[in-house]
Design a protein. Structure first.
Length: 211
């Protein structure tokens, strides 16, 4: 349906107001809220994510698209709840202690939410203890860690250790991502999954929660 393409394209351009108007039109036309979310908003965000990965769009474009995505998702939320679209699980997400970068984390958050995962966003500069405490208190099945600095990536290993000490390691999957980390580092610290980008992170998270 072309209105879903229009939503996707306007989201990619960061036109939040137009996106919201188109969402209303789609709802009025009887389109299901979950279809608008997946084939409109998430389609647009996935394209932006892929272009960002290729280096054909840059951080400012990602941020305006993300803002349009957030506004559109907020508008759809009551309709999704009414339609009984349940979350498939819960994740706590944050950038590790000493690191204030949040663009990658924010992208992952949106992509996870788009897969029907409830996300508790702990922000940036998050201490290992905070991840563990949140996972326990909020009954999270996933802990998602982001780092953009080589000086902070070691904190990810501390989170894995703290999860083991707290006795929750068998209940919680730990995912890592960010520029300095890779598959070898993931194995080295004993985390469960490394993904190179936000779209892959969301796919992997969904696979873990529905396995």
């Amino acid at each position: 349906m072309s209105i879903l393409n229009d939503i996707s394209e306007n989201l990619q351009r960061g036109k939040a107001k137009v996106v919201k108007e188109l969402i209303q039109q789609a709802l009025d036309a009887g389109e299901k809220p979950e279809t608008i979310l997946s084939e409109g908003l998430l389609d647009g965000m996935n394209i932006i994510g892929a272009k960002f990965k290729e280096g054909t769009v840059y951080v400012p474009e990602v941020l305006v698209a993300a803002r349009a995505m957030n506004q559109g998702a907020a508008m759809l939320k009551p309709y999704l709840e009414e339609a009984g679209v349940k979350s498939i699980g819960r994740a706590c997400l944050g950038t590790v202690q000493g690191d204030l970068h949040d663009i990658g984390k924010n992208l992952v958050k949106m992509m996870l939410e788009g897969k029907g995962i409830e996300v508790i966003d702990l922000g940036t500069d998050v201490a290992p203890e905070t991840f563990i405490q949140t996972a326990i208190e909020q009954d999270c099945q996933l802990i998602c860690l982001s780092a953009l600095l080589t000086t902070t990536m070691g904190v990810m290993g501390e989170v894995v250790k703290k999860a083991e000490e707290a006795g929750i390691r068998d209940k919680v999957k730990i995912m890592i991502g960010g520029a300095p980390v890779d598959e070898a580092f993931c194995r080295q610290i004993g985390a469960d999954v490394y993904t190179p980008d936000a779209a892959s992170a969301a796919d992997a998270a969904k696979a873990l929660l529905t396995a």
